[in-house]
Design a binder for this molecule. Structure first.
Ligand code: FNR
Length: 363
């Protein structure tokens, strides 16, 4: 690492602040209203203790993980985040190359500033068999929704991640203060050019509709053969509903605190959801994951893998493809180190009793 380079994921935010337009740095950092949930996501991890096992002779940890039948080099995914061109001109192209080179699953956002076909083509430049999933905000215009799902399929995406926590747009006051409500000139949502209403590719075309329901998930189930994950589940009863409906995965998420403020931190909710689902459906979790130890805590409490959102944007801002790669390899090293220190040989071998509620956090 060059002198002064970030030595952990959080330091990437400081480095990103130095290069980003403050309005865009605020867009990435921000959450809804008082940002209680943004802070809680991170501090809840710090409030859990790891109680390591010793003298296990576990050997060098092997991080490789299978998710929905897809091989990943570690149980860390790139959570879908919109508008990568806001933070770096190489945008989603750079993110896709870094993810593929690292063998990490990238969930490409529907609201990307590079078309999904081009994101997929970049991923294939960096790896022979990259794994992309596609995040969808189902639109009340079912014709458009069907068309975009078919585009994602044709581009080679291997799963559909349906965002369920956005029946309305969360109120980020940082954006209000900065009067940031649409993309700057020249940037477009390249997947939305075909969507009716408004300027083609404008953010204002997207409908975050309160009409979206489980019936849309059932409709998607009939519309595509792709595995379907539902992202943004916090209530155990909803997790049970999703499992009853036969979805292929659940992403326990509060949208990084960007939608409804004062929701519980995801890691606090995970055990209840794991109990409700009882192993019927694989669970993923995102929100506040910044350390290898955070990943282990999520694995112990029932997640098969975790997603990271903001850290990817910070890495991209700081160094494009290399910056995203640096964030991923940093987390990989930390996870390997933490697994070794806990006496675990693999992510699938992290026992529940490794985590204790407690006071690892000072004060
Ligand atoms: C997001 N997130 C998000 N989620 C989604 O389903 N569709 C989207 O378009 C976006 N866009 C988006 C933009 C930005 C800038 C951020 C920070 C987040 C939410 C994202 O997928 C994830 O749930 C959180 O980012 C996870 O929390 P951390 O890792 O950012 O703390």
């Amino acid at each position: 690492l060059p002198h002064g380079a970030p030595v952990n994921v959080r330091e990437f935010e400081l480095a990103a602040r130095l290069v980003l337009d403050p309005v865009h740095a605020d867009y990435v950092r921000g959450g809804a209203q008082d940002e209680v949930t943004v802070r809680a996501n991170e501090s809840a991890f710090a409030g859990l203790c790891l109680v390591p096992r010793v003298l296990r002779g576990a050997g060098e940890p092997v991080l490789r993980t299978t998710l929905l039948g897809h091989e990943a080099s570690m149980p860390v995914l790139i959570a879908p985040t919109a508008f990568h061109r806001l933070v770096h001109p190489d945008a989603e192209r750079a993110t896709a190359r870094a993810a593929a080179a690292e063998g990490v699953i990238m969930i490409a956002a529907m609201l990307s500033t590079v078309a999904i076909e081009d994101v997929a083509a970049e991923a294939r430049k960096a790896a022979t068999d990259p794994c992309l999933w596609f995040q969808l905000y189902p639109q009340p215009d079912l014709g458009f929704t069907r068309a975009i799902v078919q585009r994602a399929e044709a581009a080679g995406c291997r799963a559909l991640v349906v965002t369920a926590d956005s029946p309305a747009l969360g109120r980020a006051e940082r954006n209000d203060r900065n009067d940031f409500h649409d993309l700057p000139p020249g940037l477009r949502c390249e997947n939305l050019r075909e969507l009716r209403g408004g300027e083609p590719g404008s953010v204002r075309q997207v409908v975050l509709s309160p009409e979206i329901s489980w019936r849309h998930v059932e409709w998607l189930r009939e519309t595509t053969d792709l595995p379907i994950l539902v992202k943004g589940v916090l209530h155990p009863a909803d997790a049970a509903l999703a499992a009853d409906l036969g979805v292929d995965g659940i992403v326990v998420s509060n949208h990084g605190g960007r939608q409804l403020d004062t929701t519980p931190p995801t890691i606090a909710q995970l055990p209840r959801i794991a109990e409700a689902v009882a192993g019927r459906v694989p669970l993923l979790l995102d929100g506040g994951v910044r350390r290898g130890t955070d990943v282990i805590k999520a694995l112990a409490l029932g997640a098969a893998a975790v997603g990271i959102g903001r850290p990817i944007m910070w890495g991209l801002a700081v160094g494009g493809e290399d910056g995203v790669g640096a964030v991923l390899s940093m987390l990989r090293r930390e996870l390997a180190n933490a697994l070794a220190l806990c006496g675990c040989a693999a992510p699938s071998e992290v026992p529940r009793d490794l985590v204790m509620n407690g006071t690892a956090k000072e004060g």
